[in-house]
Design a protein. Structure first.
Length: 306
């Protein structure tokens, strides 16, 4: 038996595992279905175990296949990145870039940047996935994600862009009817909207400029995992909310919202570009990440990383 790994068979198996179909994998790879099937069979014979369970209606990974599919996909991704990197040194960045971005942030901050990106790199195409869930970058086939969170230790790589500040705000109508609180503890007796994207949506921790710290337990008539859905109630004067600065920046500049307790700060949260652990990255991904980083770091709401 050859001492060299059957890299072609591993790559073909990775695409079959990802698509769940010999025919779809064959189409994506530009091969015949028979060639794809033979490559997987060759790999199974080589390692001495079945990777796929085949029936007339269904194709599924075996336990062994499921265990190694992610590693095989990583092998394919690294090889594609290596080849793309070599090609991109002499060619215009081109191809599909898949990114995952939080819903409101993507709509308000990322989507308006994409026309400039696509004009600058006309051979790049973007697949933008919007959602507040934490996606599996490797399993989902994403090139990178933008995340607003304190990142847990993992094999993923993170490039911090800036800090996102949580700001306590109210509408002028609310202030006219109820006045401004003078201390965070007064919020316990006022209606406050819970932003569930925060890890402690019903508990706000304030720090004064001189260092005093106060934690406030809240209650209110509305709680949501999306900040945009809180803004109508906030603007109507029903209550107060602590929302990310990028989400309310325009309303603050226009005077439709007022910052409350400006001498007390809520925690900041880093905005980061997060990528899979592969060291090689196609130029199309690199230029997209650099473009977004350079644009977002200049945003008027962006706070310098601490």
């Amino acid at each position: 038996m050859s001492t060299l790994p059957d890299l072609e068979a591993w790559a073909i198996f990775a695409r079959v595992a990802e698509t769940g179909s010999f025919a779809v994998a064959a189409a994506e790879l530009g091969l015949s279905t028979a060639t794809v099937s033979k490559a997987v069979a060759r790999l199974e014979q080589r390692i001495g175990g079945a990777l796929l369970s085949r029936t007339s209606r269904r194709l599924a990974l075996t336990t062994l296949g499921d265990e190694i599919a992610t590693r095989a996909l990583r092998l394919l991704t690294d090889a594609e990145a290596l080849e793309a990197d070599m090609l991109d040194r002499t060619a215009q960045p081109k191809g599909l870039v898949r990114m995952a971005v939080p819903m409101s942030f993507g709509q308000q901050q990322v989507a308006p940047l994409l026309p400039g990106l696509l004009l600058q790199y006309p051979q790049i195409s973007i697949d933008l996935h919007l959602g507040d869930e934490v996606v599996d970058l490797v399993g989902g086939g994403f090139d990178f994600a933008l995340r607003i969170a304190r990142l847990e230790n993992s094999s993923l790589r993170a490039r911090r862009i800036c800090n996102v500040r949580l700001m306590l705000v109210a509408s002028p109508l609310y202030v006219a009817m109820h006045g401004l609180p003078a201390h965070p503890l007064e919020l316990q007796d006022r209606p406050c909207f819970g932003y569930a994207y925060q890890p402690t949506a019903n508990r706000w921790a304030f720090t004064a400029q001189e260092g005093e710290q106060v934690t406030v337990h809240l209650s209110g008539p509305l709680r949501s995992n999306n900040g945009d859905s809180i803004k109508p109630a906030l603007l109507s004067g029903i209550g107060l909310a602590a929302l990310p600065d990028f989400l309310i920046w325009s309303e603050l500049q226009e005077g439709r919202l007022i910052e409350v307790l400006p001498d007390w700060a809520l925690p900041t949260v880093p905005l980061s570009l997060v990528t899979p652990p592969a060291s090689l990255r196609p130029a199309r991904v690199t230029v997209t990440m650099d473009f977004l980083h350079d644009a977002l770091i200049k945003a008027p709401w962006a706070a310098a990383p601490s």
